[in-house]
Design a protein around this ligand. Sequence first.
Ligand SMILES: Cc1ncc(COP(=O)(O)O)c(C=O)c1O
Ligand SMILES: N[C@@H](CCOP(=O)(O)O)C(=O)O
Length: 527
Amino acid sequence: MAATTHAASMSFLLSHPQSRSATPSRHLQLRPAARRVRCCATDATAAAPAATTKHRRAADENIREEAARHPAPKQGLSAWYEPFPPAPNGDPNERYSLDEIVYRSSSGGLLDVRHDMEALARFSGAYWRDLFDSRVGRTTWPYGSGVWSKKEFVLPEIDPDHIVSLFEGNSNLFWAERLGRDHLGGMNDLWVKHCGISHTGSFKDLGMTVLVSQVNRLRRAPLSRPIAGVGCASTGDTSAALSAYCAAAGIPAIVFLPANRISLEQLIQPIANGATVLSLDTDFDGCMRLIREVTAELPIYLANSLNSLRLEGQKTAAIEILQQFDWEVPDWVIVPGGNLGNIYAFYKGFEMCRVLGLVDRVPRLVCAQAANANPLYGYYKSGWTEFQPQVARPTFASAIQIGDPVSVDRAVVALKATNGIVEEATEEELMNAMSLADRTGMFACPHTGVALAALFKLRDQRIIGPNDRTVVVSTAHGLKFSQSKIDYHDSKIEDMACKYSNPPVSVKADFGAVMDVLKKRLKGASF
Ligand SMILES: Cc1ncc(COP(=O)(O)O)c(C=O)c1O
Ligand SMILES: N[C@@H](CCOP(=O)(O)O)C(=O)O
């Protein structure tokens, strides 16, 4: 079956001109001595008298400068890198400043950003909830961003002047009323978190604002680190986000893309943003190996989620979901998984809120994979005994065509801690789920189709109940993957019935002919 090919058939278009309680992880645990103190007002919490009119900043001042005049009070918060998971025989004191350029621990393992949880816990859960709520939807630099509205949980020490933000986050949490009611056995509390309704059309913006901000800080005085550019391997969304944020900051971006394996819309994004685009005759895993070699040789900073800074931004989507439910915890959150950083980021966001008392539990997580790229699914089915990297096969969910995910160990931690589940979806299942969701008012991408297909299976097995509050994470905008929809509605996909296809009808420009078509289509209606 053809996956995403740029020259795929468009014949019909061409005819037109145009756990409930989960165990806290070691990484986030508080030490017992943590004190709770009452919420003290900061710049963001000090309530203005209700009836006063806010004066505008001086006409020649911009929002960064205005923010610089009102620095947030120092709260003694900090964060650093630590090995992930902590090596059993490793140095318990191994840690690195976020100002170091380091992606791996001394034993070659992953790193994780660790926050000073004791310092954060000096403030109550109610304090953090109120603070974050007070910042939603504003234009105050940098807190108007959905990521930076949680700055204290993300990069507490970065100077707002170094932040590179495009006011990302604050994405729509869509009540999927009709899909739940009519197609999922009367589900009444089904939601889709539209992380793809975002600046570059995917959730990658959330992590990229953090990474590029830190690079900006490193390049500028006083640190003045000689970073020539920022690079990533990508299946199309990370490269789009990196290129946009680098362009906004004036930092060179270099992206390694697997040739003919990403959508045209994804390909044009870094090109338009002025990145150096290398189209390589290999798959994503091959691009990933190359970028790691190149970044070890050249002063190019690595932007893939191997770099744990990215996950600090991505975890804010979890916090935002809690906030959108007025700090009530959903029962299930379903996330499509590829390189597997995002499932861990969601866990980290939820768990941090639990540990700090913003909520009292975490949801159960489901990681959904395409059957053509399912190494985590196989690992899960083996009872977590045997992980087998694979050469991922083409899938319409092309951004998750990944066979050797960098963050597999992170994903396992997230799933074990939340009594999580891994599901898979065949090409037909994911395309049908996506297309059915579209028929109820969405315009989902195939990756969201993977997550929705997992939901259909878990409902069929009665693992997810009709009244369970369930959030499906939509990771990209459907418009980035229009070719897959064209292929589907064109019914030209080999071995696929495309049962929800809805091709346009070619009709003679004649009243009688038009009436015949409409009567047939609207049969049952009285005229
Ligand atoms: C649209 C989309 N959905 C899902 C994913 C999977 O996220 P992760 O790689 O963090 O598992 C990716 C990227 O991998 C993506 O681009
Ligand atoms: N889907 C990703 C794959 C790369 O994963 P990352 O977690 O390292 O960003 C993409 O869009 O490139």
